[in-house]
Each structure stands twice: as C-alpha cells, then as structure tokens.
Design a protein around this ligand. Structure first.
Ligand SMILES: [Ca+2]
Ligand SMILES: [Ca+2]
Length: 667
C-alpha cells in the first residue's frame, strides 16, 4: 500500500474532512466523508482527536462514488456502463454489497459461503461444483477469478487467485496460505468469483478491466440511473503508527462510522506461531506502537478485512461502546510480533528440538506486543463474512487483554480466540456469546491454543519433560487467563474449547449453553462454579499430573473422556453435581468427533483414537504418527467402556495419518 503521510492541514485537500481550527482535532461533518488516501498519524500527531457528530451521522468511507455512469441494458438483464477504474474489490448499490459474479450463486437462507448449510458437508453435487472441468472450459478468462474453499476438516478456509486453466479444464491456482494447518479444498463448500460467464443473478457484478466496462444485474426494484453506486479499493482508512522508542500517544476516535475498506483475503498469510491461524496485519483502523489510544462510540460496518488491529507494541488501548457489523475478517485483532516470543515456532508440523530452544527464561523477549488493553461494552454481529478463520476478538502474542461485557453473534468460527499462551493475564468477563462456529466445525465459541515452546505432538514426550521441569508450561503462559461470568453457546463444537496445550486458565461462573467445556492437554486449569445444563466437561488428552481443578460445577452428565492419563492425585475433582449420572457417556451430538474410550493397538503400539458416536456409524478415528504403515486387518480395537454403543465387528477403522491423508480399511 502507498503510504502518504498526511499532515492534518493537508487532510482537507484530499477528502471532504473538515479540520477544525483548534490544533489536533479532526472534526468530521455529518454525512459521508470520503477518503482517497488513508489518514496516517505519527508520533508528532499524539493527542489528536478524530471526532464525528454526536448523533453518529459522520461516516468515514474508503468507498468511491461512481458518478456519471451511463448504463445500457444488454442480454440476460445485464446492464453495463463505461467506467474508468484500475480495479474494484467490492461494489455497493444503494448501500447493499453486490456479489462479484460467482458460482454457485448465493441463495437466501444459506449461510456457508451463501450457498450451503453446514449439514450439507458431505452432500457432493456435481451441478454445484465450481471446479467441474466442463464449467471451467466455458470461461474465456479464468485468470480474472478467485477460488475460495473451506478447509477439508472445516478448520476455517483458504483462498486462491486463479492464474489460468489447462486444456483439460484444470485450474492453475496461487494461494491457500490463509490457514496455518491447510488442507486440500473442501469437496463441497467451494466457489469461484469474478468470472464474467458466471454473471447471471440479480445482485452480481463484473468489472472488465480491459474494456473498462462495469457489468451489473440490478436487484429487483433498483433503477441504476438513480442508484448510488460505490466501489471500494482502499484497504486502510486510518493508520496510527509510531515506533517502540517514539510511540503515538493519546489519539482518540469518537462517534465515527467507518465503512468501505477492501477485502484482504489474499494478504492473510502470516502464520501465528503454531496456532491454526494466519493473519493479515492490516485493518480499516490500525494501531502500531501506541500508548493510551482509544476508540469510543464508533461503528464499523461493511469492511472487507479486519476492522481494527493493534499490531505489535500497543499499551493501554481501549475500545468501548462500539459496534461491529458485516466485517470481512476479524472485528478486533491484538497481535504481537513474533520477535517478542522466545524460541518461536511457526507451524503445527515444525520439528521440536529442545537443544535449540530457550527452555528456562520466562516471558517476552521484546517490547513488540500489545498489553493492558481493554474492549468493553461492544457489539459484534456477522464478522468473518469473507474470511472464516477469524473471530470477533482475536488475541495472539499479547498480555493482559480484557474483553468485558461484549455481545457477540453470528460468527463463522470462534467468537473469541486466543492463539497461544504468550503471555496470558487476559480477562474475558460478562460476555454474551451465541450463534458461533456457524460455518466451520471442531472448534469453540471461545477457542484457544497453547502450542507454546514446551508443547509437542506426543503427550508422552511433553509429559516427560514437564515431569522434569514443572514450570515449562508457564514460561510463555506467564499469568493466568480468567474466563468469568460469561454466557457461551457454540453451534458446532464446544462452548469453550481449550485446545492443544492451553495452560494456566481460571474458568469460573460461566454458563455453557450447548457444547459444554473441552479441556485438551494442558496444565493448571481451575474450573469452578460453572453450569452446563445440557452438556458436560470433555476431558481430552490429560497428561499425568496436569494439576487441573474441577470443583463445584453443575454438569448434565458424566465427563466425556478421551485419553485421560492423569491419576487421581494429579488433579482435583470434587463437589460437582452431575444431573444425570446414569446417562451414557459417549459422543456429544453437536460435534464431529465424540468422546468415549476406545483403545487401538497393532500388537505392539497403542494409538490415539477417537470413537465412537452414532453419527459416525461405528467409525473409529485413529491418529497415527507420520510414516506409520498399516495393512488391512492390522488394528485391534478394544472398547473399554460398557456405556459406549456396541461397535459392530465389521466396523471400519479410519486412519488419519500426518494431517489429512486419510485411508479407510476394514478391521
Ligand atoms: Ca452467478
Ligand atoms: Ca479447537
């Protein structure tokens, strides 16, 4: 992006912003104020206030109004007009975002990429497949297009530029880096856009850059000659940028409505340590190296990437009483730079080598991380419109971030995600969270990872190291993270999902309204006074001496366990009320993988196994190390819990080897 540093005095010349005479106040007029360049504030602009009208009517927009378009009607209800632009990311007609010409088309009531519902995940229909060679061959210029697909296991999504097609109708693609644990494209949930031949439904558009012509199929009742037509290209509207030694201090943004920033899905490629997520370090409003900056009573609506990011060293920032609606990626991102982490690793499969790691010094390695920041009384509805591996609030490599009294609805994946243990001390309190994980799976309304420097894929290996040095799990997760007094509801997973390695948590006084609480391998999680009236605690992979404390909770049924290796004296479980103690253990019907204790051997070794839920028809899912060889009939399956549904003798064993390579063989 071109970064023109604009003096405050120069602002008036580049946009219709009114600069009040008083120094350091950018007072926006009511109505739409259009930017042609981002507003860039540096250390010399400390204490600047960007202020809209008190009634919230001042809009700061990155969208350009396309005036003087002379539309003529062509075939198939397609209208076109000459239009001189060097590119468009999004088109709005009378404030409604139109779809880039796409296939399959969006359909009312379908929430997965606008074309499916989540229960259609295995419902492959060739007539809905964007990659069918016959369809690809019908495109004169496939290289204008983008290809979007969910992760094969629904762990988020990925995006590609289409570079071209071969004579057999196969596509050459560039991308797929938007997921730090990527996979082949999902077989069903995938679509193409920005292809001229796929312009066939009201509400779609295509811009022909060569011919400089904009093609639109208007929605019923829209008169293009009278409509306000806007295009979007700017990715950032306000960029507040200091340095560690010279931060920007005290910038306040109040009563401003932000809209019209471009999508950023192709720039989302930075791996966030060993979490599953990647990041584009940009947003409509971005802060880097700041102190005491704030956003209050603002609205963020119809933005293509992240709405707000606190990138690197940011101290004491506050976002309060602010609304986020229809956001392409995450609502608010707190993301430290990896140089703040000691011995950082960047992908799930990166080889762990303790001889090359700092396994003694705790805490951050540099100043490049957000800390002591607060998000309070905010409302988030429909974040993740374009990118599914996103959250209303995403926190990575940060310390002491508070998320208080926030209302969060309709997210494709987690509502709040904490990507790693670095450096803890967060507080999530009083939030009301529902309608989450609506377009993906195997996740939580709250999700976290703790694949910090001590963590290894083999529980046996890390448990041995932690037995020698019990402080290892707390080198990065220095301070406890508290999750207190929230309402959580997850539609396709666990209400709160502390995944691989998440350690040093206090979880108290929450209500788990659907999927319950999952605690996967980790240390020192204190869980008290929570209520799960229709679900339970899912104990997945508990190492010896995990130190977990589960007291005074109410659960609907007995715990659902997978590989619990912790002995009675290595944890504290007492004074919990189980409402239905006789209810069968086994799977949680809301998720892809259920609980139940199944042991799988090949004569010598025992493998991690997940089974057996009615939905998988007796399938046992075995997780075996990379390179493990199996022949049909090798594996013995031993069901050790009488409460599990009977495993039919001919039940297939599904082997997942090295993330995603799947073979199925008979038992
Ligand atoms: Ca279409
Ligand atoms: Ca998870």
């Amino acid at each position: 992006m071109k970064r023109n540093v604009l003096s405050l005095a120069a602002l008036a010349a580049v946009c219709s912003v009114y600069c009040a005479c008083e120094a350091r106040v950018i007072a926006l007029k009511p109505g739409v104020n259009r930017l042609i360049e981002p507003i860039v504030l540096g250390p010399e602009d400390s204490d600047t206030v960007i202020r809209g009208a008190p009634d919230g009517s001042s809009v700061l927009s990155g969208a350009v109004e396309l005036k003087g378009l002379s539309f003529t009607k062509g075939e198939g209800g397609v209208w076109s007009a000459r239009c001189e632009l060097d590119g468009i990311d999004q088109l709005f007609v009378d404030g409604t975002r139109y779809d880039m010409a796409r296939f399959p088309n969006s359909t009312e009531g379908k929430n997965v990429y606008g074309a499916w519902t989540l229960n259609e995940t295995k419902n492959y229909r060739p007539e809905m497949d964007a990659l069918l060679p016959e369809r690809v061959k019908s495109w004169a210029h496939p290289e204008t297009g983008y290809f979007h697909a969910m992760h094969a296991s629904l762990w988020g999504d990925m995006h590609w530029r289409i570079l071209g097609a071969d004579e057999k109708g196969g596509l050459k693609l560039l991308g797929g880096w938007q997921n730090n644990r990527s996979s082949a494209p999902h077989e069903v949930f995938r679509f193409v856009e920005n292809i001229r031949e796929e312009l066939d439904q009201p509400g779609e558009w295509f811009y022909d850059r060569e011919a400089k012509r904009l093609f639109v199929i208007p929605k019923p009742g829209t008169d293009l000659s009278k409509a306000v037509v806007e295009s979007v290209k700017l990715r950032t509207l306000v960029d507040i940028r200091g340095s560690v030694l010279r931060p920007v201090r005290g910038v306040r943004i109040e009563n401003v409505s932000f809209t019209g920033a471009a999508r950023t899905f192709m720039e989302n490629r930075e791996p966030l340590l060993r979490s599953d997520w990647t990041l584009c370090r940009e947003a409509a409003v971005q802060f880097s190296c700041t102190e005491g900056c704030s956003i209050r009573k603002c609205t963020f609506r119809q933005l293509g990437g992240n709405a707000v990011i606190f990138d690197g060293c940011n101290k004491g920032a506050e976002v309060s009483e602010t609304k986020f609606e229809e956001i392409g990626a995450s609502g608010i991102v707190f993301a430290g730079r990896p140089d703040c982490v000691r011995s950082p690793m960047f992908n799930y499969s990166q080889k762990y080598d303790p001889s090359k790691m700092d396994l003694s010094n705790p805490g951050p390695n540099s100043e490049s991380y957000p800390r002591d920041c607060r998000v309070s009384d905010c409302r988030f509805v429909r974040t993740g419109r374009d990118e599914k591996q996103t959250a209303a609030v995403q926190i990575a490599m940060s310390a002491r971030i508070s998320v208080l009294r926030c209302f969060i609805r309709q997210t494709p994946r987690a509502a709040i995600n904490i990507g790693d243990g670095c450096f803890g001390g967060h507080l999530i309190e009083g939030c009301d969270v529902a309608e989450t994980v609506l377009e993906t799976g195997d996740h939580g309304a709250f999700n976290s990872w703790g694949r910090d420097r001590w963590w290894q894929m083999s529980m046996e290996n890390f448990a041995r190291a932690v037995a020698e040095n019990p402080e290892l799990p707390f080198l990065d997760a220095v301070e406890p993270t508290v999750i207190r007094g929230n309402k959580w509801r997850c539609d396709h997973g666990w209400d709160v999902d502390l995944d691989d390695g998440s350690s040093n948590y206090i979880i108290e006084d929450n209500e788990f309204l659907r999927g319950g609480l999952k605690l996967r391998e980790g240390y020192r999680r204190i869980v008290r006074r929570n209520r799960a009236p229709i679900n339970t605690l899912h104990r997945h992979c508990w190492p010896e001496n995990c130190g977990d404390v589960i007291v005074s909770n109410v659960f609907a049924r007995p715990f659902s366990d997978v590989m619990v290796r912790c002995r009675e004296d290595g944890m504290t479980i007492q004074d919990n009320i189980i409402l239905n103690p006789a209810q069968a253990q086994g799977g949680n019907r809301t998720m892809a993988w259920g609980g139940g204790r199944v042991r799988v051997f090949d004569g010598e070794r025992e493998f991690s196994a997940f089974g057996v839920v009615p939905e998988t028809k007796g399938m046992v899912v075995v997780v075996a190390p990379s390179g493990t060889e199996f022949k049909a009939g090798d594996l013995l399956v031993d069901v050790t819990e009488k409460t599990l549904p009977a495993l039919p003798l001919a039940s297939p064993v599904r082997i997942i080897r090295n993330q995603g390579e799947v073979t199925v063989s008979p038992r």
